[in-house]
Design a protein around this ligand. Structure first.
Ligand code: FEO
Ligand code: CA
Ligand code: CA
Length: 608
């Protein structure tokens, strides 16, 4: 989701490269022009790059096919009911609670019995567009509509299976599940039960109703899904004037962009000031146990969580790389205290409650340090307002400020190369950097001021240890369009032009799949004119080559890319088609976010 998105709105190829391809020179010609690209190549990228597109369609390379699998409103396959989608938006809240939510975002695939043809997909539904969700565009808006929209966010778990060439949602399925903003979630870790987490509805501070603004995601080595609460501040408003609060101010809380607080008292800060402290967490879901409550893992800190991607370190522990998506916010990691235990999810029920949260400081010369967010270490003292570890976790942003973390350009997607142990981090963009009156100018890891197109960093831990406190880093690429004159727009991409890298996924072959999120209002305009709609690009970390693989419909962002373990199927989410662009995708009516399956017509490996 683009920052500051509001509701109630109705909602090239690089020409040099294209000429070379037309001239039959292909990649060899491109390499001749760019001595920085390995002459050998690594052989990871074999598909024909596609041109930019402004079509209201999903476009894929020749030899590939894209199939819509699960749209907003399609039944997830729960045995208790599979209500059909009503194209006029008249499904009620009970029906929505059994259907896929809106605005699919992060997603993970969990094989069943090791299969690449049968598994579970856990899918985030980041937010609602109220004007698309309801009958008559939500002209009437009250408690019923609020409840429907609370049932349209959160996550879905669906069972999927390949039958012949096509994939199907298995309906009914014992795994089919919706997790919404009304699903009881357990609060675990050091902040559980803290006085700041207690509310009238939950005096113990250990259970919260639901999750929302579930943006990107991650998974654990023990087979569970991590869904990340990002722009939770959008729900919280105040019916009376509030006393100033540094905690609320640091998280931008107080100006709701959704009207729910007017009908759902727990989102009214004047009545229930602590409810906002119970959002902004990483939430662990066991996709194989539909009866297990989702768990908010407070040890991983509270911020506008984007991704939580694991790295099994050489020290046996697991690091989770986590980003806080706002201009000038930080990159974090959480390191488990021990290695995972045998026994899958059942054996690791508490592993994410015990460990250390760190924030990154990127230094000069390609080095950096991880600074621990540990109470009573360094400046995180009682005198500075941190009386206990719970206070550090709930106010992680201010703790990171005091530690001197490096302000980044909207850190979003993270991915880990399991072979080289490198961590890739997408910084989407930051038009504010270096502007007169802005907080910050350029720094080594965020070298463009302003940064219109974003960049991708690569980082490697000392000794490849999850718990390392030092790392080295490099810039992988500066996104942009090499045909533009202005240095700020050019970037240094070896291949196809793009902007605003958001989600990242590293497949089993080591291809880094970059998904973009230019805002709908920017598409096709100004410096973004040559880029077309948002896209998915394959990048080769060994050579730096980038090729455009897929373009999404008008106004949509590309999100949630994940490949099956055999790399023969790509699942990808088309999020918010129609945002500030006219779209009727996928069925010619109301635009609907959807999960799409991409595979090769010959059944081969995607990307080769
Ligand atoms: Fe929900 Fe940062 O994108
Ligand atoms: Ca985004
Ligand atoms: Ca995102």
């Amino acid at each position: 989701m683009t920052s500051n998105r509001r509701i109630n709105l109705v909602p090239t190829d690089n020409p040099v490269r294209r000429r070379l391809l037309q001239a039959g020179l292909g990649l060899a010609g491109l390499q001749a022009l760019d001595p920085g690209v390995s002459a050998q190549g690594s052989g990871r990228l074999g598909f024909r790059a596609i041109a930019p597109s402004l079509a209201d369609a999903v476009r894929v390379p020749p030899g590939y096919v894209a199939q819509v699998l699960l749209r907003w409103g399609d039944p997830v396959g729960h045995a208790s009911g599979m209500p059909a989608f009503k194209p006029d938006g008249s499904n009620n809240s009970a029906e929505q609670a059994l259907q896929a939510g809106m605005h699919h975002d992060g997603m993970s695939f969990f094989p069943i019995d090791g299969s690449s043809d049968h598994g579970l997909l856990a899918i985030n539904h980041e937010y609602t567009d109220e004007s698309l969700l309801h009958f008559q565009g939500g002209k009437e808006w009250g408690p019923q509509q609020a409840l429907k929209s609370m049932q349209a966010v959160g996550a879905s778990v669906i069972e999927v299976r390949r039958e012949g060439r096509d994939w199907q949602v298995v309906r009914p399925s014992p795994y089919a599940r919706r997790i919404t903003l009304t699903t009881p979630c357990r609060i675990a870790g050091a902040a559980a039960g803290h006085v700041s987490m207690q509310t009238a509805q939950d005096p113990l501070g250990t259970t919260v109703l639901g999750t929302m603004m579930n943006c990107a995601n991650g998974w654990t080595p023990w087979g569970t899904y991590l869904t990340c609460e990002e722009n939770f501040q959008a729900y919280f408003g105040a019916s009376t004037t509030l006393e100033p609060s540094t905690l609320r101010k640091r998280y931008g809380i107080g100006q709701a962009s959704y009207p729910h607080f007017r009908v759902e008292p727990r989102f009214d800060l004047s009545k229930h000031p602590n409810e906002a402290n119970r959002f902004g967490w990483v939430v662990e879901i066991d996709p194989f146990d539909p009866a297990a409550a989702p768990v908010k893992r407070t040890a991983m800190g509270r911020f506008r969580h984007e991704a939580a991607v694991p790295h099994a370190g050489a020290d046996g522990r697991v690091a989770f790389y986590m980003s806080d998506d706002e201009p000038f916010e930080y990159l974090y990691k959480f390191v488990t205290a021990t290695a995972p235990w045998p026994g899958g999810a059942a054996g690791n029920r508490n592993l994410l409650d015990d460990g250390t949260l760190f924030v990154a400081r990127f230094g000069e010369g390609g080095t950096g340090v991880w600074l621990p967010l540990t109470q009573d270490v360094g400046p995180l003292t009682r005198a500075n307002g941190f009386a206990d570890q719970a206070s550090v976790l709930i106010d992680a942003r201010r703790a990171a400020d005091l530690l001197g973390a490096t302000p980044m350009d909207r850190p979003e997607g993270c991915a880990v190369d399991r072979t080289t142990h490198e961590v890739f981090i997408a910084c989407t963009n930051n038009a504010e950097r270096g502007r007169p009156g802005a907080k910050e100018g350029a720094n080594p890891a965020n070298p463009r001021a302003p940064n219109f197109f974003g960049h991708v960093l690569r980082l490697r831990e000392e000794r490849d240890a999850a718990g390392a406190t030092g790392f080295t880093w490099r810039i992988f690429l500066l996104a942009g369009d090499a045909t533009l004159e202005a240095a700020a727009f050019k970037g240094n991409v070896r291949g196809d032009a793009f902007g605003s890298p958001d989600n990242l996924f590293m497949d089993a072959r080591g291809v880094l799949w970059i998904q973009t999120d230019m805002s709908g209002g920017a598409i096709g305009k100004g410096p973004y004119a040559n880029l077309g709609n948002n896209q998915v690009l394959g990048a080769d970390p060994a050579t730096g080559e980038v090729r455009r693989f897929l373009t999404v419909p008008r106004g949509a962002e590309a999100a949630g890319c994940v490949l099956s373990p055999d790399c023969k199927t790509m699942f990808i989410n088309v999020q918010h088609p129609g945002e500030r662009q006219p779209s009727t995708w996928p069925d010619g009516g109301r635009p609907r976010s959807a999960t799409v399956v991409v595979r090769r017509l010959d059944g081969g490996i995607v990307g080769t």
